[in-house]
Every structure is written in C-alpha cells, then in structure tokens.
Design a protein around this ligand. Structure first.
Ligand code: PHB
Length: 391
C-alpha cells in the first residue's frame, strides 16, 4: 500500500499530537510549599516537609499519571511581605499549580490574594485563625482552627468544676480567636474569666505575665501559644515561680504540649490538660502507619507533631483531588474536588466542609502522662465532628 503525501502528513500530525499529549501528561504537577524553614519557627517547615516525605514514601510521587513535585520556600517566619513575594514567584516563575503549607496566619493571609488572583488552589497545612478560609474561595484547610479547638476546652473545663480562669494568648489573630471562643463558652457555661492577657507573638518575655497570673489567683490558666519554643519558655517560668504549688492548673490548646517539643518540656507538664486534633499517642491503625512511615522517611527527625500530620493529610487531599480531576490542576476543579472530601487521617476521620472549605474533625481532651519514660498527650475524652465556630 502506498500513501499520498497528504496521508503521510496527516499520520505525522497525529503522531505529533499524540506525542504532545503524552508530554503534557508527563508534566509534573507542581506544589509550592510556603512555610518557615529558618528562624524561631523553623520547625514548622521541617515538620511539613517531613510529613510530605512520609506521604510520598507510602504513595509514591505519581498520581493520575502525573509526577507530583513539591517546591519548598522559606518565609523565615510571620513575615507577610516575604510570604507574598514567594507566592508570586512560585506562580509566575515556577508555574506552580497548587499553593500549600503556611505555618503562621500572617503568611496565609498575605498569600490569599495571590491565590485568588491566579485562581490557584491553596491548601492550608497549619495556619489556624478562623478568618483565613473566607479570604478566597480557592482556600481549603486540613489543619484546625483555634475556635474549633478552644471551645471544647472551655466546655470541658466548666463541666469539670473549673470556675475561675485567667487567659493568656499570643497577641495576633489565632490568639484572639482562642481567647474569644474560650471566653464565650466558659462564661456561657457559668465560669468566670478574671483577667485576659495578650503577649507579643515574637520573643515574648513571660516572667511579668506569669507573676500577674500568680497574683490573680485563678484556679487555672487557659493558654494559646504558637507551637514550639514559647511553650517551653512558659512552662519553665510557670515551674520556677511556683504556680503549680499555688494551686494553679494549666489548661491549653494542644499547641502548648505539641509532640515534638514535649520531651524538652519535661515533667512540669505532667497533668497539663489540653484540647487538640492530633496526638502521637492516638491509638489507630492509620496513626501506626503514619508513625512508621514518618520515622523511616525522616531518620533522626525526632517526633512528628500536628503540622507533620496536616502536611501528610494535605498531600492525601491533593492526591485524591488529582485522581478526581484525572490530573487536571485547574483551581476551580481542584477546590471542587476538595469540597466534601473525607479522609481517614492518623488523627481520626476528617472532612473538608463543602460550604466553608474548612476542616471538620474530632477534638480530643488529653492529659500529659508518662508511658514508660516518655511524655505523651493521652486522649481521654472527645467531641466528634467539630466545625470551626469562629465565622
Ligand atoms: C498560626 O499562626 O495560625 C498558628 C501558628 C502556630 C500554631 C497554631 C496557629 O501552633
């Protein structure tokens, strides 16, 4: 059989078209992960990176026929200008398809308009002030919100005969959210908040505040501090100034006793009660799988905390969304796929609320206890299907 020139040209064009679809299919999906990797919040980025690695070690780096490439960028901390510039560069220069990460609220708020304008899905792995998901319809959150976590702590406290409390929070959006939700529920339940203290987000000097708490003589202090060094510093001052001996208990969001820093906080945390969405000690098959993948993929990284879990779940959400869209990364399609998504997380069942794109999950009440020679947050009570109550 002989082919005319035209027929040959048609065959050649078809082959070319096939080749270019194959090339397109082989293009990686790029995820730009924006978080602090240096400075006093450096652990946030490191936990997220380790969570991503744990996920990809179990599920591979390809989904719906496309490789998933995660590009990490360091904001250095709660610096909105840097976060925004990095997001713009990721979108314009690196041509990322999805924005992710965000350890601190100021980073997420600075990037929201970039996601909105570029129509890119933005998946929050930690930043937890309520308002973030209202800043663009392209934002979905897989972590938590401070009202979601703080309201159950207040409910538990009034039920357990705590009546007189001082609150102490970091003075920025998540702290104000925690203070407001705690107060609303605690006072609503018959409790009394005798003083509310706000401390600077950066390098707070706790000594004078701890003295104020002692002088106010509450039954308990309710705390929200961003995870990490600050909690260690607070508990050190609390111990040194003898607040426990003065009969003052600590109740807090679980950021205080986050699994990564808990060993460094030592025995002064024994008995501290917290509310939170994740504990390393959570007893489930999914958590065992996560913990072993985490340590295998990240030798020497120490304990994972809730940010590693949120990054692991965030990757699961992105992979599941890409399966639903057959590998398409269009922002509207990805967000559409994330709405209503249910995942069995190492923390328990989670869902992305289709109406708000915020997370719905179980909030656990935990107590710091020793298991062997190690400190853990041991869950002993829970509130199921909790939504963000801050909006
Ligand atoms: C936040 O800035 O949104 C944030 C940071 C650390 C936390 C929780 C929330 O532990």
């Amino acid at each position: 059989m002989t082919f005319t020139l035209l027929q040959r040209a048609i065959v050649a064009c078809g082959a070319l078209a096939l080749l270019s679809t194959a090339a397109q299919a082989a293009e990686p999906v790029k995820v730009g992960l924006i978080a602090p990797f240096s400075g006093s919040f450096a652990d946030y980025g490191k936990q997220m990176e380790a969570g991503v690695k744990a996920y990809q070690s179990l599920h591979g780096d390809t989904v719906a026929g496309r490789k998933v490439l995660v590009i990490m960028k360091d904001t250095t901390g709660p610096v909105p200008d840097v976060a925004k510039r990095l997001a713009q560069e990721l979108v314009v220069r690196d041509k990322v398809d999805i924005l992710a990460g965000f350890g601190l609220t100021p980073e997420a708020l600075a990037v929201a308009p970039v996601a909105e304008q570029a129509k890119k899905a933005m998946v929050i792995f930690n930043a937890a002030s309520s308002v973030i998901t209202t800043k663009s319809n392209y934002i979905a959150r897989v972590s938590m919100t401070l009202p979601q976590i703080s309201a159950p702590m207040a409910t538990w406290a009034v039920k357990n005969n705590v009546r007189k409390v001082v609150t102490l929070v970091a003075d920025y959006a998540p702290g104000i959210d925690a203070e407001t939700a705690f107060k609303t529920n605690f006072i609503g339940g018959g409790g009394q908040v005798i003083e509310s203290i706000r401390v600077p987000l950066r390098n707070p000097e706790f000594a004078p505040f701890i003295q104020r708490i002692k002088d106010a003589r509450p039954e308990a202090v309710f705390l929200f501090l961003p995870a990490g060094e600050q909690g260690v510093a607070f508990m050190k001052g609390f111990r040194e100034r003898g607040l426990a001996e003065a009969g003052i208990r600590v109740i807090a969001t679980g950021d205080l006793t986050d699994d990564h820093v808990l060993p460094a906080m030592g025995d002064s945390t024994l008995g501290v009660i917290t509310s939170f969405h994740y504990s390393m000690a959570h007893d489930s098959r999914e958590n065992k799988v996560f913990l072993s993948a985490y340590s295998a993929a990240n030798p020497g990284a120490g304990r994972p905390n809730f940010m590693a879990v949120a990054a692991y779940d965030g990757m699961a959400a992105i992979y599941e969304a890409l399966k639903k869209t057959n590998g398409a990364t269009d922002g509207d399609q990805i967000i559409g796929a994330l709405k209503g998504m249910k995942i069995m997380s190492p923390r328990g069942p989670i869902m992305i609320d289709p109406a708000t794109r915020d997370i719905v999950q179980t909030v656990y009440i935990r107590k710091v206890e020793k298991r062997g020679s190690e400190l853990y947050n041991i869950e002993f009570d829970k509130f199921a299907d909790v939504k963000d109550s801050g909006k």
